[in-house]
Design a protein around this ligand. Sequence first.
Ligand code: BTN
Length: 326
Amino acid sequence: MKSEILALLRERGDYVSGQELCGRFNVSRTAVWKAVGQLKKEGFSIEAVQNRGYRLVQEEEVFGQHELESRMDTRWAGHPVTYYEVLDSTNLRAKLDAEKGAPQGALVVADMQTAGRGRRGRSWSSPAGTNAYFTLILKPDFEPDKASMLTLVMAMAVAEGIREACGLEALIKWPNDIVVGGKKVCGMLTELSVQQEYIQHVVVGAGVNVGIQEFPPEIADTAACLEEECGRRVPRAQLIVHIMKAFEKYYEKFMETLDFSVLKEAYDNRLVNCGREVCVLDPKGEYTGISRGINSVGELLVELPDGSERTVYAGEVSVRGIYGYV
Ligand code: BTN
């Protein structure tokens, strides 16, 4: 009920009487009073005036369960949302939840991770109070080899969510990174559980650098954060909600055909270095060519100097601009 009260107060932007709240949620005045008291304790600024009721005084976001729940205006992506102050990793938690029956669309969010996981067994620096770490549970009914395309769907959603939340031009560095101003602001990690060739669940995790922070030395040159890039506060819950909204839209479009062709144009428009020279860091040997965007299964096409085209599979390969990270 707390999230619903919050949503109603926010929507109204004015006083809502205790009587209306009681009627709406079918509870006693004491129950409303208690719920408001708890919200205030969590940090929400709610004014109570006799004969007028309660009013939410707009202040800085209180990132947490009720802020997320009260803003989540999606149909399924982000429902339910579960917030933790500290987790080892949202991906690990999401996998356990999925195994215990959490539905498609369930979202795990943390303020801090003690064992944030990056790609290729690396760790993901996850300090408290500043970034968005979240993992979405999906249970798609398709062959496991299609699951990597879900990372591309999330990439489009994160890029759009960032644009919506802070107006920044966010681009996709195929397949797992989002960049702003030539630096990485988000990394994604998709993990798959398969049994007898059927997908049990897929978890798609993303870590977005939001607040101004000191990055670990090994990423200091290539990492950036949204608040520094846009020069103002970026409310994390609103950012996550925008991402979920965009995810829902792109996922449904993708699921209509299970073919990435339907999203190719929109994806290529966001693809950093599309039409430019890139360097493919393939463990079997590096090569350069012109990035020609993705194909119908989400692989990157690179045109070689002799005019032939190579298909780059995600896996161990990484693609860079010829002058550095982007
Ligand atoms: C990478 O660029 O290496 C991928 C980083 C993915 C980090 C996110 S943070 C939320 C989710 N939980 C994790 O443990 N990892 C992902």
